[in-house]
Design a protein around this ligand. Structure first.
Ligand code: SF4
Length: 434
């Protein structure tokens, strides 16, 4: 049976897609590149924002027409599946099965039951060993960097966020397991890993997150370690020291702040003030200037005044983030923020987002321009030239590079090459092989 998995959302979801793909391939299912070729389509969903949910329902609508023309099994997994559960069958009766985020390993059973003709098959149970997925089963997507789960779930309770409901409480993988997986990945040719979790720095798998980073960095042959994502209140001095001193940790820190206003942060239940956030960044000392910093912002959160938004802009200017992800607040069912009045007009929300992104664009361009003339290492991320002689790569600080290598020259996928930066744009750098 041919299958296709369509994934929306974060790296955790991407990696879940790799695990689900592995389970199906282990049972003889064959992956195909498009839903049109597939006999089984699995929608691996995200429910963090309304837009992501719309995309899922629009795809479900398209698949209903497809299913009217030919036999097709449709499964839904990911955060929307965990959140909506059997309500999904009411909204889209052509769905054959619903698989929760904490029941990944049940996929083969659900597929079998649906193939046998059982209707509305569902498992959204909280299996306590979900985070202990056998790495040898995972079918990786052929990216230069390998994703490695170290912790699942979240013990925070940000009022806008559905993740603690859809992913459950924190469960850490034992560090020995993580190390074994990383050693296996390096033996298989990977030189870069990204440690994943909703909140990696509250890791407790037999050591602290800072200690885990040190241990992973001792794996011979591994070049760069990344991690995502972090909560500022779990960002410790010990972690800052490791980031600032361990040469294998890629010099990039994504530390979501969400707002520059203490009033808004309190309503978001982020558990820190702007001053405490800045204090955490201060733990890095001089090391901070070796790191590229990025963050997340939500604009238009209920009650966000012009002054609150100005405070966010002041924070942006003060920290001078190298990059940020910013979104308009999107009320989500099941979250505590629904009780707050979503009182900011859409036009105001949009104008704030535009202004924030404009200012971030200037900062990012300035940060990119500082790279021009430098010779540095970048990892080749395209397995073939994008167009004649042009290749995609990433710096350790997570900047996109377009390398001009000259027609006919082959660059080694997944390996580091030395490049000289020749030009900076708002979204990427241009470089030549040094
Ligand atoms: S820290 Fe907050 S935003 Fe992040 S996953 Fe947990 S609840 Fe959601």
């Amino acid at each position: 049976m041919k299958f296709h998995i369509q994934t929306w959302g974060c790296q955790m979801n991407d990696h879940d897609g790799e695990k689900l793909s592995g389970l199906l391939e282990r049972d003889g299912f064959v992956p195909v590149d498009s839903p049109e070729e597939a006999e089984l389509v699995l929608l691996n969903t995200c429910s963090i924002r309304e837009k992501a949910v719309h995309k899922v329902f629009s795809e479900l609508g398209r698949l209903r027409e497809e299913k009217e023309r030919r036999p097709l099994l449709i499964g839904v997994t990911g955060c929307l599946a965990q959140q909506e559960q059997d309500a999904l069958f009411r909204r889209a009766p052509h769905i054959d099965f619903v698989l929760g985020t904490m029941a990944l390993k049940q996929l083969p059973r659900l597929v079998e039951e649906a193939r046998a003709g059982r209707k509305k098959v569902m498992d959204t149970g909280e299996y306590p060993d979900n985070h202990l997925f056998p790495p040898e089963v995972t079918r990786r997507r052929g990216t230069a960097k390998a994703l490695v789960t170290i912790i699942e779930g979240c013990n925070h309770a940000c009022t806008y966020c559905i993740v603690p409901t859809t992913r459950g409480a924190e469960r850490s993988r034992p560090f020995e397991d993580v190390l074994e997986e990383v050693r296996g990945l390096v033996a298989g040719g990977y030189r870069e890993v990204e440690l994943l979790g909703q909140n990696v720095n509250s890791y407790q798998g037999g050591c602290t997150f800072a200690e885990l980073l040190e241990r992973v960095s001792e794996v011979d042959g591994l070049e760069w370690i990344r991690f995502t994502t972090s909560h500022p209140m779990n960002f410790t001095r010990e972690l800052a020291r490791v980031l600032a001193t361990n040469p294998k940790i890629a010099p990039f820190l994504h530390l979501p702040v969400q707002s520059g206003s203490n009033t808004v942060l309190r309503r978001m239940l982020r558990e820190y003030t702007v001053e405490q956030y800045l204090e955490r960044l201060g733990y890095l000392g001089e090391g901070r200037f070796k790191l590229a910093l990025s963050t997340d912002f939500i604009v238009g959160f209920p009650g966000e005044s012009d002054e609150d938004f100005e405070a966010t802009l002041r924070l942006l200017d003060a920290v001078k983030y190298d990059g940020s992800f910013s979104f308009i607040y999107s009320p989500r069912p099941g979250t505590a923020a629904l009780r707050l009045k979503d009182d900011i007009p859409q036009a105001v929300k949009s104008a704030r987002l535009t202004e924030l992104q404009r200012r971030q664009g200037e900062l990012t361009l300035a940060s990119n321009r500082r790279e021009v003339g430098r010779t540095l290492q970048a990892r080749i991320e395209s397995s073939a030239p994008m167009e004649e002689g042009h290749w995609l790569a990433r710096t350790a600080s997570w900047k996109n590079i377009h390398i001009t290598a000259g027609a006919g020259r082959l660059l080694p996928f997944g390996e580091l090459v030395e490049v000289t930066i020749t030009e900076a744009g708002p979204h990427f750098l241009r470089a030549e092989v040094a």
